[in-house]
Write a protein that binds this ligand. Structure first.
Ligand SMILES: *[C@@H]1O[C@H](CO)[C@@H](O)[C@H](O)[C@H]1NC(C)=O
Ligand SMILES: *[C@@H]1O[C@H](CO)[C@@H](O)[C@H](O)[C@H]1NC(C)=O
Length: 937
């Protein structure tokens, strides 16, 4: 909670604001998508696959000339060849679906299933900008798009929150490239598959009183009134600094003089926009042009560094409104607007920007209502809460359990469809978290952390009338995990990863792991990848394999639901997990499988019929379960994990480190009365937590006996190569070794507030490239996680910052002063930076042109991490940036080295033609030079 901008807010009480900010000009500077596209496809494409391009061997999509007759190989099409075609943009500015009449999709699907519907289609076209200026550019349903020579992140899930990038476009003709990927998870499994994307260019008027600031009024998170009072004080207001340098203004003189070019005339394609842009920003290097600061007027808040927005940056401002406000003003609060004061760091001027007026939803106690809260990364998110009908306090001292209801993909948690799907319970709260966005991260990682923050918020009983607070208290460790579809998968995931918090679980229509929704076996890269290396890559996502974690659910009461005719998440998913858990329970009927015949993915009653209610009653009705006890522990059970970073305890035992990280670790436990026998595989360190069900008077582990009870809290360690387990009395090891928050893999960088560190005086790659990519990372985090991050210069990273944030550090030691510093401190000791700009890992050197690397390394205090993203040159750097896993299912271990046989994973084609000497173009995981995991130390 490092800044709250309460002092920045001006509230309108019970009246409308005089004016709202018109953020985008609709002046006649209309830019539309190309009318006609040159299209090549469809090509086979794996699920969540990066870095492949079936055209790279022939020069790459950008370079291949359009032709009526040329053909290119594609196994999807009859005859194995596809041709160019042209496609017109639809009148609503959408593009597609393309009718590929030479593909027999159902015939292909019979043997190969859904994954054979996955495909990529390349589009390119020209569009005209009538007047130079800044545009907010937005593409939905593509992972990325490329304008002229730069790639930008798209809004692949079609989220409603802002996803645009501010781009300066010079008057004239520009090129646009799109690689549209049909993904069954997004477009469904229809035959023929239909891929449609949309694109929008909104001109930004910088000449208003708001200058370069856009307020994204549609992205606001607004609290609600319960019985006339604000339930929670947190608002989120998203602002964008739409200033992006005009790459031409400052260079025109020299450029026109030397080349005599008249770049920018209509009808001309800008060939060298990149060089010009770099020059322009180079001139601004180290200056404050375009930076704004949000003035923090409140002294009560610990500010580490004041909030600055870099050019092009989007930020969801967390705002805390004083609770007593309504009372002070004596008026009824019904709506609110904000005025944010900015300071332009270059012109040294202050200016104020106003938001729209937001009406506050009114609720009465007893209805579902919204709780807003500061999530772990200091952005404001919400969860819906439905209180119990009866006071839990009547049941002895007990606090209410929570039914944790996880929504499906694309569902807004606040929609009545979802909050009305469950029956209000007598003695349990129902909490409907968001997981940060309607898709989230499949309830793993940032979504799981968001759930924890929502539970924590609920414990404060915001919105509960004062006189009732004593009756509706909460026990955050008594959870019923439930959900539908992606949320059903989430309920399985939480039950198998955090089983000790479960009273019971009701997963409905859930899938078993991402590869069971969209199979991975047709990934193109596999064809070029050594099988053992493939396994290393796959280990980076296997911590989410519910089947491999099924043992952890032994003893948890489960009602598993599925529609017998569910053709979206087929019932085989549910049945398979049920079979596995029954095996681990050694009881063929331990799991209650409720398969409702003739029903599909969703049906009336799925989350609230009598079957479901009577199961809930077994665990929530105090007559059946007095005091809401956790289920008893099985006499024998197994604890499994691949990553201590995402696994809690079972029976009070938590695995903390593995001998070989990212390989399966297990502890088998056999309880003989109060004597416990533990046998381990691949466990280096574990600990006992307090668990009321565990009464251990003596125990043994791997044949070594302890006559006294285990120590609760400290860890037990078996040093590599030794056979003895020894207690470690303190937590000092977490500042010397990797622990749950730093265990990796790469995606774990998102599980803690992070900031992006750009070089102030780079020598190898231009400052403009670093800024643009920092902006890309910040925008990606906003799109995928509705998250906020800041961009700061290397020279501004003080120890306090490195002790508080994960850092995404851009640039090697020649460019980034922080990388340099960590290199001399030994902080990045696993990777040796070479004089050539390349890298050495162990004895192997990577120095080829176009090579980039992404790796995790400890922070100076070791309790946090840095993700270093560096390139031997600009192309290598960009390849590494696009490798950051912002979506689930992307395989990125602790480090990865990519080069000329790994396409720009976003657009595929910037890799050019791959390595022409014995190479087959870009090869996805087959083109990765090196990847793997660091050890524990
Ligand atoms: C785009 O412009 C180029 C000329 O720079 C032309 O060759 C190409 O055919 C145009 N593309 C389309 C789809 O019209
Ligand atoms: C643990 O291993 C011992 C042999 O070292 C074996 O006798 C025992 O059955 C094993 N117990 C469990 C719970 O696996």
């Amino acid at each position: 909670m490092w800044f709250l901008s309460s002092a920045l807010c001006v509230l309108a009480l019970g009246r409308r604001a005089h004016s709202t900010q018109q953020i985008l000009s609709d002046a006649n500077n209309g830019v539309t998508l190309p009318q006609t596209w040159e299209v090549l496809g469809p090509f086979a494409m794996g699920a969540r696959e990066l870095g492949v391009d079936p055209l790279s061997a022939y020069g790459g999509f950008e370079a291949i000339p359009f032709s009526e007759s040329d053909t290119y190989p594609s196994e999807l099409a009859d005859g194995g060849l596809v041709k160019w075609r042209t496609v017109e943009t639809n009148s609503d500015q959408s593009v597609g679906p393309v009718d590929f009449d030479n593909v027999r999709w159902s015939f292909n699907q019979d043997p190969f299933g859904w994954t054979s519907l996955h495909h990529a289609t390349y589009f390119r076209g020209n569009f005209t900008v009538p007047r130079s200026g800044v545009f907010l550019v937005n593409f939905d349903h593509v992972v990325s798009y490329k304008i002229d020579d730069k790639a930008y992140v798209g809004n692949v899930y079609g989220f409603s929150h802002a996803s645009g990038t501010a781009i300066y476009l010079e008057r004239g003709v520009h090129k646009i490239y799109v690689c549209a990927v049909m993904d069954v998870r997004i477009f469904g499994g229809q035959v023929p598959p239909k891929t449609v994307f949309t694109g929008k260019f909104q001109p930004v008027d910088l000449d208003t009183s708001a200058r370069n600031i856009l307020i994204m009024n549609d992205d606001t998170v607004t609290p609600e009134l319960v019985d006339g009072k604000l339930a929670t004080p947190y608002f989120s207001l998203t602002v964008m600094n739409a200033y992006v340098p005009n790459p031409f203004s400052s260079v025109h003189l020299s450029k026109t003089k030397s080349s005599g070019s008249n770049s920018g005339r209509i009808g001309e394609v800008l060939e060298n926009a990149n060089d010009i842009a770099d020059l322009a920003v180079g001139l601004h290097e180290g200056s404050d042009i375009g930076w704004v600061q949000i003035l923090d007027l409140s002294a009560a808040i610990p500010v580490i560094f004041s909030l600055k927005l870099a050019p092009g940056q989007l930020y969801p401002l967390p705002i805390d409104v004083d609770f007593d406000l309504e009372e002070k003003n004596g008026a009824v609060l019904t709506s609110i607007h904000f005025q944010v004061q900015f300071y332009d760091l270059y012109t040294k001027e202050r200016f104020t920007v106003k938001s729209a007026e937001f009406t506050l939803e009114k609720r009465v106690w007893g209805e579902p209502y919204k709780l807003t809260f500061l999530d772990y990364d200091n952005s404001v998110h919400y969860a819906m809460a439905l209180p119990p009908k009866k006071p839990c306090s009547v049941v002895g001292e007990a606090n209410c359990p929570i039914v944790l209801a996880l929504h499906g993909a694309g569902v807004e948690a606040s929609s009545p469809f979802w909050t009305e799907a469950y029956k209000q319970q007598d003695y349990a709260w129902i909490l409907f978290p968001t997981g940060r966005t309607p898709w989230g991260f499949d309830w793993h990682g940032p979504s799981n952390m968001n759930v924890d923050a929502a539970i924590h918020t609920l414990t404060h009983l915001h919105g509960v009338p004062q006189e009732l607070r004593g009756n509706f208290g909460i026990n955050p460790d008594k959870l019923i995990y439930t959900g539908h579809s992606n949320g059903g998968q989430g309920a399985w995931w939480m039950s198998s990863h955090y089983p000790d918090r479960a009273l019971a679980a009701i997963p409905a229509s859930g899938y078993l792991k991402i590869q069971f929704y969209t199979p991975y076996y047709m990934r193109l890269g596999d064809a070029y990848t050594d099988p053992v290396f493939r396994a290393i890559m796959e280990s980076s996502i296997a911590e989410n394999d519910i089947d491999m974690y099924a043992a952890n659910m032994a003893g948890v009461p489960i009602l598993a639901r599925t529609g017998g005719n569910d053709d979206n998440v087929p019932p085989m998913n549910t049945r398979r997990i049920v079979r596995l858990v029954n095996e681990w329970n050694r009881n063929p009927n331990s799991i209650h499988l409720s398969e409702v015949s003739a029903q599909g993915h969703w049906f009336t009653g799925i989350m609230n019929d009598d079957i479901l209610q009577s199961f809930l009653d077994e665990h929530l009705d105090p007559l059946n379960n007095p005091g809401w006890q956790h289920p008893p522990l099985p006499e024998a059970f197994t604890i499994s994990t691949l990553n201590p970073g995402s696994t809690g305890s079972k029976g009070g035992i938590r695995i903390l480190q593995l001998e070989v990280p990212f390989r399966l670790a297990t502890i088998r436990v056999h309880r003989v009365e109060q004597h416990w026998v533990l046998n381990t595989t691949n466990v280096r360190r574990f600990g006992f937590l307090k668990d009321d069900r565990a009464h251990i008077s003596s125990w043994e582990i791997d044949g070594m006996a302890f006559a006294e009870p285990p120590k609760i809290g400290p860890s037990y360690l078996k040093i590599d190569g030794e056979t003895e387990w020894k207690p470690v009395p303190d937590l000092l090891w977490i500042s010397e070794e990797r622990y749950w928050s730093t265990y990796g893999p790469a995606m774990q960088i998102l599980n803690h507030p992070f900031i992006i560190v750009v070089p102030s005086q780079p020598t190898v790659i231009s400052a403009a490239t670093y800024y643009r990519n920092a902006q890309l990372i910040a925008t990606s985090w906003y799109i995928y996680g509705r998250g906020g991050t800041q961009i700061i210069r290397d020279v501004d990273v003080r120890d306090g910052i490195a002790a508080k944030y994960h850092l995404i550090v851009l640039g090697g030691p020649k460019d980034n002063a922080f990388t340099r510093r960590r290199e001399t401190e030994g902080g990045a000791k696993m990777v040796k930076f070479l004089e050539s700009g390349g890298y050495q890992i162990d004895t192997k050197k990577y120095e080829a042109e176009g090579t980039g690397m992404l790796f995790l390394a400890p922070s100076p205090t070791r309790t946090l991490m840095g993700m270093y993203i560096t390139g031997i040159d600009e192309l290598g750097f960009k390849r590494a940036v696009w490798t950051i896993p912002f979506r689930t299912g992307l395989m990125v271990p602790d480090y990865v080295v990519v080069g000329d046989e790994y396409g720009d994973p976003a657009t595929g084609w910037t890799a050019g033609d791959g390595n022409p000497f014995g190479g087959a173009g870009t090869k996805g995981s087959g083109g990765v030079f090196a990847a793997g995991y660091w050890g524990n130390l």
